[in-house]
Design a protein around this ligand. Structure first.
Ligand code: SF4
Length: 335
């Protein structure tokens, strides 16, 4: 459908400034194939009153080129809920698009590739969670936002990687000395190290963060004097123990902006590091190579096609959506 996109003088003029910013990421020839998509997408999204939500793990062409709102999954959906856009284009994975639909049921939510999944979200089903609840009756269930709407609908409260400890402690203060956390075992173990509340956890993991090791962090430190190591709480506890700072993608971004280290490494998905490097040219970002194959399914040509066709649309059963909204709202109250 879009085979004829050419790099014209108008497109060069409209995108030159952005290319300067991203020149560390793209060669000129590569940029000339990307810029026409950026130009067309930005034109079409205005015509259709669409808003593009771009997760921190999107590649820089998507993140800086077409993203109207950028950040972590919950932050994106919350901003979208307040916007007057008719269409949301979710540049991220499927559970994120579902969260946007749950929070914005009257907007059309489109994900450029319906197959963009997540190893955490697919590690647990509603049936599996119901079986766990039957095994531990009366224990409240805290479910990470990286799950399907069906799983959220079975949960008492959601959490993100930035507020998980706060949510666990809030339930502790309400008299719960034991909670169930799903589905990320590492997030649960990392929280367990900082709370007196007992945590029973599901055995899921992020296929990207579980690959980081403490040895890798030590090697990075050996080869890079004074590097500041920031780790995502989906990493194994041994990695967190080696880090200078632990936090969600949004918290890492805030840390970098506030502390402006000379040299830093992010133990998280590799595109985030590219985006932080482009936004902070004075900071030397040490690259890691862990890539999320699901996030990388979202490309500029697919975004343009999704905008043109308004497909694939994310639809959630209304009853499930209403039930899934309750733990999300409860999380917002508790945090
Ligand atoms: S990085 Fe991990 S948690 Fe995020 S979408 Fe990919 S597999 Fe899921």
């Amino acid at each position: 459908m879009n085979a004829q996109l050419n790099y014209t003088q108008d497109i060069a003029k409209a995108t030159n400034k952005l290319f300067e910013k991203l020149s560390g990421q793209y060669k000129k020839e590569q940029w000339e194939t990307l810029a026409p998509y950026i130009y067309e997408i930005n034109k079409l999204k205005k015509e259709k009153n669409a808003v593009i939500l771009a997760h921190n793990y999107m590649t820089p062409d998507v993140f800086f080129g077409v993203g109207d709102v950028v950040g972590d999954s919950l932050g994106l959906a919350q901003v979208a809920a307040k916007s007057d856009a008719d269409i949301i284009i979710q540049c991220g994975v499927h559970f994120m698009a579902e969260t946007s639909k749950i929070l914005c049921p009257n907007k059309k939510v489109i994900i450029p590739d319906i197959n963009a999944g997540c190893s955490l979200a697919s590690s647990i089903t509603a049936e599996g969670l119901r079986a766990m609840k039957a095994k531990y009756p009366g224990i409240p269930v805290i479910t990470y936002v990286n799950t399907s709407a069906n799983v959220k609908a079975e949960s008492d409260v959601c959490c993100t990687s930035s507020n998980a400890l706060k949510i666990v402690n809030a339930l502790g203060k309400q008299g719960h000395d034991k909670v169930i956390m799903t589905p990320d075992k590492f997030l649960a173990q990392n929280v367990a190290a900082e709370t007196d509340v007992d945590i029973i956890y599901w055995d899921g993991a992020c296929e990207v963060h579980e690959r980081f090791t403490a040895e890798e962090v030590r090697n990075i430190r050996t080869s890079n004097n004074d590097v500041i190591v920031l780790a995502h709480p989906e990493c194994p506890p041994e990695v967190m123990a080696e880090a200078d700072f632990a936090g969600s993608t949004a918290q890492m971004d805030d840390y970098i902006k506030e502390h402006k280290p000379k040299k830093a490494v992010l133990m998280t998905e590799c595109s985030m590091s590219d985006n932080v490097a482009a936004a902070n040219p004075d900071i030397e970002m040490i690259k890691t190579s862990q890539m999320c194959p699901h996030m990388k399914l979202i490309t500029l040509p697919k975004i343009l096609k999704a905008l043109q066709t308004e497909n694939p649309e994310v639809i959630i059963d209304q009853e499930i959506s209403a039930r899934a909204k309750i733990p999300i709202e409860r999380m917002l109250e508790l945090s």
